[in-house]
Design a protein around this ligand. Structure first.
Ligand code: 5GP
Length: 138
């Protein structure tokens, strides 16, 4: 399957749609997931166009993974999570719903089960505050 440049993350990367932005540079955009599986669920979206891991340019992957680590540490600091799950889905049967490569950083809290994937929408005020807190910890 080929990359569709009209996907929602491509539009967010181009600034055509809004997001709760944490950080951006020439490599990637970091934003809050609006249907979070836990408080602080953050997405790292490489600018390089690919559907997912399978068609990604290895050079683009090499550039973005250090940022994924940096953001994971900032999410941990800002949320005081007890653990973090890193997730990345490839094609719909595996759970992928947006077909532009992205990495999920999902905080885990002792005794609290993770929510469903891409389900309940979070409060915009809370997402804006989390984006600020994570940005401050970067
Ligand atoms: P996937 O299932 O493709 O790995 O993950 C897509 C993620 O994007 C889901 O976790 C979903 O909650 C999130 N998502 C879907 N639409 C939007 C949107 O418009 N803005 C943001 N920030 N996240 C979105």
């Amino acid at each position: 399957m080929s990359y569709d440049p009209t996907n929602i993350f491509a539009k967010i990367l181009k600034g055509e749609l809004p997001c709760h932005k944490v950080y951006e540079d020439e490599t990637a955009l970091v934003m809050m997931d609006i249907f979070p599986q836990s408080r602080g669920h953050t997405l790292v979206i490489p600018r390089a166009a690919s559907r997912n891991l399978l068609d990604a340019d290895p050079a683009a992957l090499a550039e973005v993974i250090p940022l994924v680590q940096r953001v994971a540490k900032a999410v941990q600091t800002a949320t005081k999570a007890d653990g973090l799950r890193l997730a990345q889905f490839n094609e719909a049967p595996a759970g992928q719903t947006v077909f532009h490569l992205h990495f999920h950083i999902i905080p885990a809290y002792e005794g609290i089960a993770l929510g469903a994937h891409a389900a309940g929408r979070a409060d915009d005020g809370e997402l804006a505050q989390l984006a600020k807190d994570i940005a401050a910890a970067l």
